[in-house]
Write a protein that binds this ligand. Structure first.
Ligand code: NAD
Length: 320
């Protein structure tokens, strides 16, 4: 029986191309309902998907010959990983492929909020010339607080340094003693970043705070009312990680009460967001979860996803 792959969520066509060339039977369904997926999942050895299709416990319950799931991207929160493992299904993501893309968008949002760029743009297009209402802040010399010093956070920290910012980084890993923790700590110190040993220290001192942690049971609502109350410098807050990590009600309250000066959002607890009051605030810049939405990142994630399948099945991985 041939190895059958189902590709969902508009993964770049390079993925199917590589796998077909390697002799796999590939079916592409850019849009698939939960019901259809539940009915056909058992016919496939592999599923490759992005963030839209949800692999819930219910769908995975009767997954027949399924052996491997690859997320062409980073976050695994649309996949019930525990259920997959229980069913003997391996789950992978494509870590590096999209990291630079997300890091650059993050900085784009920081600049957009700091200099009110979207508001300035729309005012000129409306025929206005309101320079004094558009006074912003300089980033150089300010303190950038990076929560989560992984693939994306470490890149954002380096961009901040290039902008002349002082950088404070906090990662839960820094409290551990393993090889990865030591390597990350060494990297941060060699870059000249200050390492915060707790989140509170970063929240108190940063002028710009940016979040780069995965959404897990531990990080859900990581930034809520208590954390906003610790922010002494009325920082700009940017979230390009996952919506559930910031308490959106507390975020709105913090902005209205002047505890933070501006917000950049690429992710929301519900996507697309519905009736989210904060979106109408003039100091908020928002994008529709486009962190990884670059031509380069989509192609790289598709190639990396195909390679994961080739490696899993023991096929030779050819470069290019
Ligand atoms: P990563 O795994 O490389 O890094 C995450 C880091 O967060 C790790 O170093 C981990 O130790 C740290 N961490 C975990 N829990 C923490 C906590 N409670 N406090 C402090 N640090 C903690 O992940 P990454 O590739 O850098 O991705 C980061 C986030 O970006 C993920 O949530 C991912 O879903 C999101 N993402 C968003 C987009 C987008 O389109 N906006 C695209 C890709 C990834």
């Amino acid at each position: 029986m041939s190895f059958k792959v189902l590709i969902c969520d508009k993964v770049h066509e390079k993925c199917a191309e590589i796998l077909r060339k390697a002799g796999f039977e590939v079916e592409v369904k850019d849009e698939i309902s939960a019901e259809e997926l539940k009915n056909i999942i058992k016919n496939f050895d592999c599923i490759i998907l992005r963030g839209k299709t949800k692999l819930t416990s219910d769908i995975l319950e009767d997954c027949g010959r399924l052996k491997i799931v690859v997320r062409a991207g980073i976050g695994l929160d649309n996949i019930d990983v525990r259920k997959a493992e229980e069913k003997g299904v391996k789950v992978y993501n494509t870590g590096e492929a999209t990291a630079q893309s997300v890091a650059e968008l993050t900085f784009g949002l920081i600049l957009a909020v700091a200099r009110k760029i979207p508001y300035a743009d729309s005012s000129v297009k409306r025929g206005e010339w309101i320079k004094s209402k558009l006074t912003g802040i300089i980033l150089s010399g300010k303190t950038l607080g990076v929560i989560g010093f992984g693939r994306i956070g470490s890149r954002v920290a380096k961009i901040g340094k290039a902008f002349g910012m002082k950088v404070i980084v906090y990662d839960i890993l820094f409290r551990e003693n393993g090889k990865l923790a030591k390597a990350k700590l060494k990297e941060a110190l060699e870059e000249g970043f200050r390492v915060a040993l707790n989140l509170e220290e970063l929240l108190t001192e940063a002028d710009v705070i940016t979040i780069h942690v995965p959404l897990t049971g531990d990080t859900r609502m990581l930034i809520g009312e208590r954390e906003f109350n610790l922010m002494r410098k009325k920082p700009i807050l940017v979230n390009t990680s996952r919506g559930g990590i910031v308490d959106e009600d507390a975020l709105y309250k913090a902005l209205i009460e002047g505890k933070i000066s501006g917000v950049g959002l690429d992710v929301y607890s519900e996507e697309p967001p519905k009736n989210l009051k904060i979106l109408n605030h003039p100091h908020v810049v928002c994008t529709p979860h486009i962190g990884a939405e670059t031509f380069e990142a989509k192609e790289a994630a598709a190639i990396e996803a195909a390679k994961k399948v080739l490696e899993f099945t023991g096929c030779m991985v050819e470069e290019n």
